[in-house]
Design a protein around this ligand. Structure first.
Ligand code: PMP
Length: 324
């Protein structure tokens, strides 16, 4: 018998997919973890589960309690699914710049959703800081605190990284991923470096994020912006602290879009914008390393979450972007 134990038991153990068109184009094996196949539909199910189970183990989250989080969407969706499956309430504070599809999904799941103006992290009304304050005002509530809660990267150190090592049989030369909280990048990088210090670990960064300049110059400098959601940062989170970083690659929106549409038309995969940044950076790393290498990245979430945006030509045109 091979039966998964409910929603929670279905998280993880995702397939590792060879991206055929990109592999043929580069002469490298471009492999990607199919995190969109998690039951909540994204890379964030793993972190959401580890955060909730860590709070349960510590006795912080009790039956009937509430999980509060500030999230760009996917973590909230993962938390809301798990809260339903485990009998908790869920309150999500989300910047009002995120796609309507993600807000609708959260509402459908029964989470209380509070959209708030998108303001920088240093502002006390930033969605992350606001969620921390709201959690203290509700009885029997925990703040998931995905950016600085190390249960997040532990999920990827113990599961995503181990799975990648097993699925490639240890034949891996490069690991590249964009960072939101940094949990995915850091957890996998720490796991792979422990197995083989020669694995090159590279951050993929969108425009408008400070990590590329941080890796290249030691200083966080932000220029430009990006239509991609859920990635990029202006600070080093606790989850990123101490993570091995060999290099960073910056990918702009036009290139990310080109990659998203190639994934759709040539590989048959309908993916969100952050996956365009990831695979774009994997191709750039393949060009640096040369043919014959194996590079692993992440397919973060499904493109249907962005139907009204990156798959809507009018919306793209309003951002000055074209798909050729
Ligand atoms: N892609 C998408 C679509 C996301 O929502 C996120 C998480 N915010 C990421 C990538 C990055 O994941 P992490 O938080 O582990 O850095």
């Amino acid at each position: 018998m091979d039966i998964k134990q409910g929603f929670v038991g279905t998280i993880g153990n995702t397939p590792l997919i060879r991206l055929n068109s990109f592999s043929e184009q580069t002469g490298c094996e471009i492999l990607a973890k199919a995190e969109f196949l998690n039951p909540g539909g994204s890379i964030k199910d793993r972190a959401a589960l580890y955060i909730i189970e860590d709070a349960e183990k510590q006795g912080l989250l009790k039956p009937g309690g509430t999980v509060v989080e500030g999230t760009a969407g996917n973590t909230g969706i993962g938390l809301a699914h798990i809260c339903n499956a485990k009998g908790y309430k869920c309150l999500i504070i989300i910047p009002n710049t995120q796609s309507q599809e993600k807000i609708d999904a959260l509402t459908t799941l029964g989470a209380e959703v509070r959209p708030v103006p998108a303001v920088p992290y240093k502002d006390p009304n930033n969605y992350v800081k606001l969620s921390g304050r709201v959690a203290t005002e509700i009885e029997n509530a925990i703040w998931a605190n995905q950016f600085d809660n190390l249960a997040n990267r532990r999920a990827h150190y113990e599961t995503t990284g181990e799975e990648i090592w097993r699925q490639t049989g240890g034949k891996i030369d490069g690991w590249v991923a964009a960072t939101g909280t940094g949990g995915t990048y850091a957890g996998v990088a720490m796991c792979l470096k422990e197995k083989n210090p020669a694995v090159k670990c590279v951050i993929a960064d969108p425009m408008g994020s400070g990590l590329y300049s941080y890796v290249k110059t030691g200083e966080i400098k932000i220029s430009g912006n990006s239509i991609t959601e859920g990635i990029g940062n202006s600070r080093i989170t606790a989850n990123m602290e101490g993570a091995p970083i060999d290099d960073a690659i910056q990918i702009d929106d036009q290139e990310a879009l080109r990659v998203v549409y190639q994934l759709l038309h040539q590989d048959g995969l309908l993916m969100g914008g952050s996956t365009g940044i990831n695979v774009g950076a994997a191709v750039a790393l393949a060009k640096q390393l040369g043919p014959g290498h194996t590079i692993v990245t992440i397919l973060c979430d499904n493109g249907s979450r962005y139907q009204s945006r990156i798959f809507n030509q009018e919306w793209l045109a309003s951002k000055g972007l074209v798909v050729s």
